[in-house]
Ligand binder design. Sequence first.
Ligand code: PMP
Length: 351
Amino acid sequence: MSKYWSPQVHDLTPYVPGEQPREQLIKLNTNENPYPPAPAVEQTLREFNASDLRRYPDPSSSSLRAALADTFHVAAEEVFVGNGSDEVLALAFQAFFRQDKPLLLPSISYSFYPVYCRMYGIESRSIALTDNWEVDLEAFGNDNGGIIFANPNAPTGHGHGRKAIAALLERNPQSVVLVDEAYVDFGGESAIPLIHQYPNLVVTGTFSKSRSLAGIRLGYAVASRELIEGLERVKDSFNSYPIDRLAEQVGVAALSDPDYFDECRTRVITTREQTRDRMATLGFEILPSQTNFVLATHPTHDAGKLFIGLREQGILVRHFNTDALRDYLRISIGTDAEMDSLIEALETLCR
Ligand code: PMP
């Protein structure tokens, strides 16, 4: 506690991210992509002119916004970019959710949403998941200061189709609905085409997962011009988009190779389904997943002990210390060889 902190900071605890190990561990704890970014990214880095760093970034991030607009079949004015989708989310909380009614969010979802609520003084109300751990869209009432959820949801893995999201938007025309699509490329259905019909919809996305660029910090929002202008009004710098020159070029390169993108995400999806089957034969119950991770529980083996056992065998997964998730492990999908090691380790631990 410090007398120098503002009141909102007193209640916050620093985010404890998945461990970033120094040793050579098999790292399946933060939903990164096991495959390198598109080859064009490496070429861009090789050819990047360091002297260009003397100059401020393009104030409108026009090349990256144009590339995203092309990818999603929207106008560049319907795209916003930031340093990771976490930054875009933070700006959205400030731009849209500081209302006199509570923001609605799922009871189990991305752990940063409640943190942003506390940080920006936003009241929230959590909506229980359905019995089979899906986000209960029907239960989101229309008297609210906004709605946010991840689709597919994290860490539960289930995603709703576009039709269900359109139905929610029909019922809720008066506040902003934010759909966080961090994991959508691993089998979900994007709500982006709905932005032309629903001016209160904002869809966020990231380059950290399906584009293999967690290290460069790039995220985006796609929405009506009206909402994009809201984000532009709260962003940090008066004269530029938040992202730097290098990140912008890397982002454009990552979007330039749809074949490579499809190959990588298909590989992850295939490995995920094989992992589910193999874990099921060891007695695990695994939630269906449209993401690059699985959430699994074992009826007789304690998740906390399995986490420690795996760590001892050089494999890092995620164990959340919350009441709802204490019995579960969240396991990111790695390469086939990494998943072989995981299964081997689980075989010894679950014997
Ligand atoms: N949304 C969800 C649901 C996530 O799981 C994550 C990654 N932890 C993010 C957003 C943020 O991703 P990034 O800031 O790397 O774009």
